[in-house]
Design a protein around this ligand. Structure first.
Ligand SMILES: Cc1ncc(COP(=O)(O)O)c(C=O)c1O
Length: 388
């Protein structure tokens, strides 16, 4: 039977990594296993007390029922406490916080709540592809804004202000920025809030990387006036090593949370309570948790940088987050060409920057989610082909 997919899916392809992982699986059947430095999926476990909490709550007889649509009070309180402790943002756990099944679903919820045919949304190029996909699914039009190394990967708000913003309803922002690893100075957040106010645009800030190799974790909501014009997504995937658990959060005004709940509560029926209680435990960890995590990532980053240097790439040492974003040598037509050559010749996969938008065409992105031993093995394989 032929059945046509809905119009909203006609320009939405399968997610790049979903296809690429299938290709890697096929390659794995033919010999030496591919070393995958493509995806930012933490390989380390969460804190032991998080696992114990999950186990403890899962062992109880009455924790298996449907849960509240707005999240368990203990998790909402833990999110509010975490925002106060690390970002100095005061949130009311009853009204300003919505736990999510990972922050990725929040991207879709926000777009489906506010956007429709005829609307426009500003999107970072390069940027996380899920923003553009969610905007497309909503029926609205994505308007890419260019990020460049020359501008420290920050949007040029003055240039944007000169464009027609009459149909723009939301602007996606993401600092520390993925894939470039750029952090935003506080002054930029002030400017973004003023811009949003002036043009009546909702800032949607996606903030999953603030604790990774970043000296100053920051929330956009700490900026004066931000709560009026912004919502923020956050995640336990990277900073608590809980990517597979699927726990994220949306924070914003009571009005925004209520509007987004109108969409979300029709999609799912709350998260498994033991996962919520374990997430609350993860958020209660002190700064030492992030320090030990970053010690590991710092050592790995050194190795990843050595490997990228061997490939002739150049990169900024001040980067933040779970990746190293590196400019490829002029001898390659694009990051795709180098990535494919690496996969075929060395069986190492590094993400081509072009999947994040054409602004990333001359870059590749290497993940820090591999042990030092695996990185040394990758180094050896690459040295066999690229070493002199
Ligand atoms: C910029 C950015 N936002 C959001 C996400 C999704 O995170 P989560 O696991 O919370 O859905 C990712 C995951 O890679 C990401 O890189």
């Amino acid at each position: 039977m032929q059945i046509e997919v809905a119009k909203r899916l006609q320009h939405t392809d399968e997610y790049y990594f979903s296809k690429k992982l299938r290709e890697i699986d096929e390659l794995n059947k033919t010999g030496e296993k591919v070393i995958n430095l493509g995806i930012g999926s933490p390989d380390l476990p969460p804190h032991l007390s998080v696992i114990k909490t999950l186990h403890q709550y899962a062992s109880l007889p009455h924790t298996h029922a449907y849960q509240s649509y707005k999240g368990a009070p203990a998790l909402r309180q833990a999110i509010a406490d975490w925002y106060k402790r690390f970002y100095n943002v005061r949130l009311d756990p009853d009204n300003n916080v919505l736990p999510l099944i990972g922050s990725k679903e929040g991207i879709v919820h926000i777009c489906m709540t506010y956007l429709q045919d005829g609307d426009e949304a500003l999107l970072p190029n390069p940027g996380y592809p899920a923003y553009a996909a969610a905007v497309r699914l909503s029926g609205a039009k994505g308007i890419p804004y260019v990020l460049s190394a020359e501008n420290n990967w920050l949007p040029d708000l003055d240039a944007l202000a000169k464009s027609d913003l009459s149909r723009v309803k939301i602007m996606w922002l993401n600092y520390p920025h993925m894939p470039t690893g750029a952090a935003a100075p506080a002054a930029f957040f002030d400017e973004a809030v003023a811009f949003a106010k002036q043009y009546g645009i909702l800032l949607c800030h996606d903030n999953p990387y603030s604790f990774i190799l970043n000296d100053r974790p920051a929330s956009l909501l700490a900026t004066e006036g931000a709560l009026d014009v912004a919502v923020e997504l956050n995640s336990l995937s990277k900073s608590a090593n809980m990517a597979g658990w699927r726990v994220g959060m949306l924070v914003g005004t009571e009005a925004r949370i209520g509007e987004i709940m109108r969409f979300k509560s029709n999609m799912d029926s709350g998260m498994f309570l033991p996962i919520q209680m374990a997430a609350a435990e993860a958020l209660a960890q002190g700064p030492e948790w992030y320090e030990q995590l970053n010690d590991t990532y710092r050592r790995r980053r050194e190795k990843v940088c050595q490997l990228l240097t061997m490939l002739g790439c150049v990169y900024d040492r001040q980067q933040v987050g779970l990746f190293v974003w590196a400019k490829i040598p002029d001898t390659y037509a694009s990051g795709y060409v180098l990535s494919d050559k690496l996969l075929q010749a060395s069986r190492v996969f590094i993400t081509p920057g072009g999947i994040f938008g054409d602004g990333g065409n001359r870059y590749i992105r290497a993940s820090l989610c591999a042990t030092e031993a695996v990185l040394e093995q990758a180094h050896e394989r690459i040295a066999n082909v690229w070493g002199s």
